[in-house]
Design a protein around this ligand. Structure first.
Ligand code: HEM
Length: 116
């Protein structure tokens, strides 16, 4: 059985959920939504991480010797932290949303171009 497509599906779906919920928090950081948003983004970030490392294993890509994976992991950490920041630093939302877009762009660039 080919397992890779399932990991890819999980990776991309959790990316969409993480991004959508993060931008929802930027648009409307109501304290009463905080708990739910933190739970959903936390689970989505975890699934992204698990599926990402699962694909590395399936593709036999060594983590430590691959630059693009380090860069993606850094971007992932940044994006995963954003929903929490949206509630705590609500006045910085405009800047944080641009930073999130940059992190996502860099991470996706790393997948398709793998410059190192
Ligand atoms: C914000 C962070 C991230 C974004 C936006 C992102 C996005 C993507 C996208 C769009 C793909 C392409 C899926 C496809 O073509 O099937 C992909 C594939 C992949 N991602 Fe991520 N990802 C992120 C974080 C991570 C992390 C933390 C890891 C693991 C350490 C990871 C490992 C991988 C691997 C191994 C692939 C498959 C590459 C291949 O086809 O050989 N990603 N990612």
């Amino acid at each position: 059985m080919e397992r890779l497509p399932y990991y890819q599906l999980l990776h991309v779906l959790s990316l969409i959920v993480l991004t959508a919920q993060t931008y929802m928090a930027f648009a409307n950081p109501l304290p009463e939504n905080r708990k739910r948003t933190m739970m959903i983004t936390g689970i989505a970030a975890l699934l992204m991480f698990i599926s990402g490392f699962g694909m590395l294993t399936l593709n036999k890509i060594p983590f430590s010797s691959t630059g693009w994976v380090w860069v993606k992991t850094f971007c992932w950490l940044g994006v995963a932290a954003m929903a929490g920041l949206a509630y705590r630093k609500a006045h910085l939302r405009a800047t944080l949303s641009v930073v999130t877009m940059v992190l996502l762009t860099v991470a996706i660039f790393m997948v398709y171009f793998r410059p190192f």
